[in-house]
Design a protein around this ligand. Structure first.
Ligand code: FPP
Length: 242
């Protein structure tokens, strides 16, 4: 086992990073863009298959309006500025979350970026915007319920594999490494279903200070753990899964 196939990251601590410098929180969000670029670059370099970043949660809509609009402006700017370079590096970009809540202009830009990069076979990059793990599960349940109501699906045929196919990350392997910066040890409603077996890595570093060195530490930590998937250590050693 060399590198994780899929890394999910909760990018936390932008606000505190700025406040520690006597700056408004939005300065921290702006400073959070460079580590996003560095992390994408590093994942591509290491051969990580997929990277999923939590940029804005369903709950973040409740933040002060100026902070929300700054973040939305940053997403738009970053999309406009970075998409060509992502494309040139074979990155496939997708946005996961409830995009109907986003401004129409941003929705359009997202659709264009996704269409442009759809055929890329390098790093699969998901940015979660207006995303919540419970929302994801509920949307999946609604779609399955509608199929069952129409007679296209038998309720008895719903199993884990069928359910997972309705989730936002349907075509990707589950994240095997979950990283959260900013010192809190919480999942905060990110990818609830998909991280069932992920290894969790928490760092006190605030997101604007995140870098390749901390990522290497997370991957090193991941490599050192025994992933048992409910089996005993002895079973695993006799019949290794990977
Ligand atoms: C959490 O820090 C961070 C966010 C809510 C926004 C994340 C956004 C970026 C890193 C900007 C760029 C992203 C992309 C994809 C272009 P916080 O505000 O919760 O910090 P705090 O915990 O210190 O208050």
């Amino acid at each position: 086992m060399s590198v994780p196939a899929h890394i999910a990251i909760v990018m936390d601590g932008n606000g505190r990073w700025a406040e520690a410098r006597g700056e408004p929180r939005t300065v921290g969000h702006r400073a959070g863009i460079e580590p996003v670029r560095a992390t994408i670059r590093e994942c591509a370099r290491l051969g990580v298959g997929a990277l999923t970043l939590f940029a804005f949660s369903s709950e973040n809509w409740r933040r002060p309006e100026t902070e929300v609009s700054t973040l939305m402006g940053l997403f738009m700017e970053a999309l406009e500025r970075e998409v060509q370079e992502l494309h040139a590096n074979q990155v496939r970009l997708r946005i996961i979350g409830n995009r109907q809540r986003l401004a129409v202009g941003l929705q359009q830009r997202i659709a264009e970026a996704e269409a442009l990069t759809a055929g890329n076979t390098g790093l699969q990059l998901q940015v979660a915007v207006s995303y919540g793990g419970r929302w994801d599960v509920i949307e999946a349940a609604k779609r399955l319920a509608a199929q069952a109501a129409s007679g296209a699906l038998r309720a008895a045929d719903i199993d884990e594999e069928r359910f997972a196919r309705e989730l936002q990350l349907a075509d990707l392997p589950d994240p095997d490494l979950f990283i959260r910066t900013g010192g809190d040890h919480r999942i905060s409603n990110f990818l609830l279903w998909n991280i069932a077996y992920a290894e969790l890595f928490f760092t006190d570093a605030l997101w604007p200070d995140f870098n390749a060195e901390i990522m290497a530490e997370a991957i090193e930590d991941f490599r050192g753990r025994e992933r048992r998937f409910g089996l005993t250590g002895k079973q695993l050693r006799e019949e290794p899964r990977v």
